[in-house]
Design a protein around this ligand. Structure first.
Ligand SMILES: NC(=O)c1ccc[n+]([C@@H]2O[C@H](COP(=O)([O-])OP(=O)(O)OC[C@H]3O[C@@H](n4cnc5c(N)ncnc54)[C@H](O)[C@@H]3O)[C@@H](O)[C@H]2O)c1
Length: 348
């Protein structure tokens, strides 16, 4: 691969200057002089200029080709809406620029497969799937690797919030934070539970969807607002991934609850506490907001370190297709495939 991504400092450009770009840019900043963010591009010039000002980025653009041509980055960080990911990744690959792309890699599995077929092998392509880099999931992975839990006999991961319900001021916190959620046809599974499915794969290994149910309960948003996905591990053990963003009385922000039942010990993650229950019990008190940013820091550091060493990415695009397969199968199993892919073929 003729990618000049090993030169130091690594020249990075970022696509998208919306909500999540701030967490990306904090992570790039944390890498210090090893990297240099040279440009930011957003069709909204004021957003691009604001991020450039906040993070001392020398150039801001509204035109992708102009940015890639003039700023000559060695790596592109794609933090723009999902329907723009394929176009950005292909434009970068055409210029031999390494790509780190936010999830979901593409709006549908078919589009992601086509992209991987076209781009992987030509340039390094990693998916920014940061959830599994949350420190508490790394701890659970270490406990599993050390054999503390034994064989996994049951797995439940859920996220329940009131984010899509109006608060006392009549505002819906999830839509205040991410307004695009209002019109996304594929919401709970493709936008949110995609992370939990990836964590489930990270902790349980290969999974398949056995059944799924989803419901659209908030008329003000287009997509499904709750889903329950029933999966099984390669050993035939049950796993459940579920989410609801319109649950009265729950906090507005997403928080995960995890339960893993092993044949030696169990794990429970609830609120800011992670517990190992069994013969050698342990408890960790978590700083959830520090862990949130840390997951971005670790994802981006991993990308940079792999580029420098030539090692494979933990979440390379081919690996990530397995998570996208679970997402797609969940929509099929929930009977929502046809209604949520209408028009998706026009995106590319
Ligand atoms: N990993 C996570 O935890 C996490 C959390 C939130 C969002 N995301 C993902 O990040 C991406 C962006 O989400 P967000 O919350 O920042 O959305 P956002 O709507 O806040 O920001 C998106 C930005 O992209 C800009 N944009 C639109 N078209 C563009 C294009 N062609 N090129 C460049 N920029 C373009 C918009 O003007 C906007 O400024 C999505 O893929 C989303 O799924 C990931």
């Amino acid at each position: 691969m003729s990618v000049s991504a090993t030169t130091s400092p690594l020249r990075v450009a970022i696509a998208g200057a919306g909500m999540i770009s701030r967490h990306h840019l904090l992570a790039w900043q944390a890498l210090g002089p090893r990297v240099e963010v040279v440009a930011v591009c957003d069709p909204d010039a004021s957003r691009a200029a604001r991020r450039a000002g906040e993070f001392g980025i020398p150039a801001s653009y509204t035109d992708p080709e102009r940015m890639l041509g003039e700023a000559r980055p060695a790596a592109l960080d794609i933090a723009s809406p999902r329907e723009t990911h394929v176009g950005w990744a292909e434009a970068a690959a055409a210029r031999c620029i390494a790509v780190l792309c936010q999830k979901p890699l593409a709006p549908t599995l078919d589009q992601a497969v086509a992209l991987v077929r076209h781009v992987a092998g030509r340039v390094p392509l990693m998916v920014h799937e940061n959830w599994r880099f949350r420190p508490w999931y790394r701890t659970v992975r270490r406990w599993l690797d050390a054999g503390e839990l034994g064989e996994v006999r049951g797995f439940t991961l859920s996220t329940v919030s009131s984010g899509l319900l109006p608060d006392v001021a009549g505002r819906r916190p999830a839509l205040e934070r991410q307004p695009f959620m209002a019109h996304e046809q594929r919401l709970m599974i493709a936008e949110v539970l995609i992370h939990h499915l990836d964590v489930a794969r990270f902790l349980c290994g290969a999974l398949r969807v056995v059944a799924a149910r989803a419901a659209h309960t908030v008329p003000e948003v287009a997509g499904e607002t709750q889903a329950v996905l029933f999966l099984e591990t390669a050993a035939g053990m049950p796993a459940i991934v579920s989410g609801n963003m319109a649950a009265h009385g729950f906090p507005p922000g997403t928080g995960d609850r995890l339960e893993i039942l092993g044949n030696r010990a169990s794990v429970v993650l609830e609120g800011s506490t992670l517990r190992l229950l069994g013969p050698a019990p342990r408890q960790e008190n978590l700083d959830l907001s520090a862990g949130y940013q840390e997951s971005f820091d670790s994802t981006i550091r991993h990308f940079v370190e792999c580029l420098a060493s030539g090692a494979g990415f933990e979440t390379d695009a081919t690996e990530n297709l397995e998570t996208l397969r679970l997402v797609e199968h969940a929509y099929w199993a929930a009977g929502l495939h046809a209604s949520t892919t209408r028009g998706a073929e026009d995106v590319r």
